[in-house]
Ligand binder design. Structure first.
Ligand SMILES: [Zn+2]
Length: 241
């Protein structure tokens, strides 16, 4: 009697494990974007390792540009720029905006990993949120700049900013199709649905950029989102506030 019970329990556990294995295999097949070992494809939905894979493109401009091309994200490769010892970029691109979201005041020089993350954020984060909250798409982003040869927070000493290598963008506002403007300085602590829209897209950016700083971080960011792809080591921890 006792023996039968033990065998029945063993069989039950084996069936359970086999079921879990089949479920896992099926999940992996349908969600390659969630696996750490799969190659990045910018057409995929955002997975749990997408941000780390985007940041890891730093230093591999050729691969990054191939991924943009595979995903039909139009770009212009920029000539290398040298500006002193610590400033400049080699693999800069600017996104060519057709019928998508315009970048104002003009074409911005971006490191390729920032450009790739920005394009995915616009498609997977900003536009779905705009449609849900306002029933219309965003047509333009107002940015405060990308490349600037300076240290963090403009200090005289200390760490160099990701802006010094065009590896960052500061975004101040979004314009909807009907012409209304949602700005971080006016609407971050403002009424709904503007506030919910800004919080939601900030959170979505956290899955795509190594660093996302909003007004929640400090007063220096009261009027913009700072997004960058700073190297954060092998574990790829992101800073999101
Ligand atoms: Zn910044």
């Amino acid at each position: 009697m006792m023996r039968t019970k033990i065998w029945a329990r063993r069989l039950f556990v084996l069936v359970l494990l086999a079921g879990a294995g089949l479920w896992a295999a099926d999940y992996i097949r349908h969600h390659p974007e969630d696996m750490p070992w799969t190659a990045l494809d910018l057409r995929d939905p955002v997975g749990v390792f997408t941000g780390q894979k985007l940041a890891a493109l730093t230093g591999d401009g050729a691969l990054c540009r191939t991924l943009l091309e595979d995903a039909d994200i139009a770009y212009r490769a920029l000539p290398a720029r040298e500006a002193g010892d610590r400033c400049g970029y080699r693999d800069g691109v600017s996104l060519i905006v057709g019928r998508g979201i315009a970048h104002r005041p003009g074409e911005a020089a971006l490191s390729c990993p920032v450009a790739a993350a920005l394009a995915v954020w616009e498609r997977e984060g900003i536009q779905p949120a705009a449609m849900r909250h306002f029933g219309q798409p965003v047509v333009a982003i107002d940015h405060l700049g990308t490349f600037a040869c300076r240290r963090v927070n403009g200090s005289e000493t200390g760490r160099w900013s990701e802006h010094a290598t065009a590896d960052a963008i500061d975004i101040a506002a979004f314009e909807l199709a009907d012409g209304s403007r949602i700005s971080i300085v006016e609407d971050w602590a403002g009424p709904e649905p503007e506030r919910a829209f800004l919080v939601e897209i900030r959170d979505r950016a956290c899955g795509l950029f190594a660093t996302v700083l909003s007004p929640d971080y400090n007063r220096a960011h009261a009027d913009h989102f700072h997004l960058d792809q700073a190297a954060r080591g092998r574990l790829g921890r992101s800073l999101c506030r």
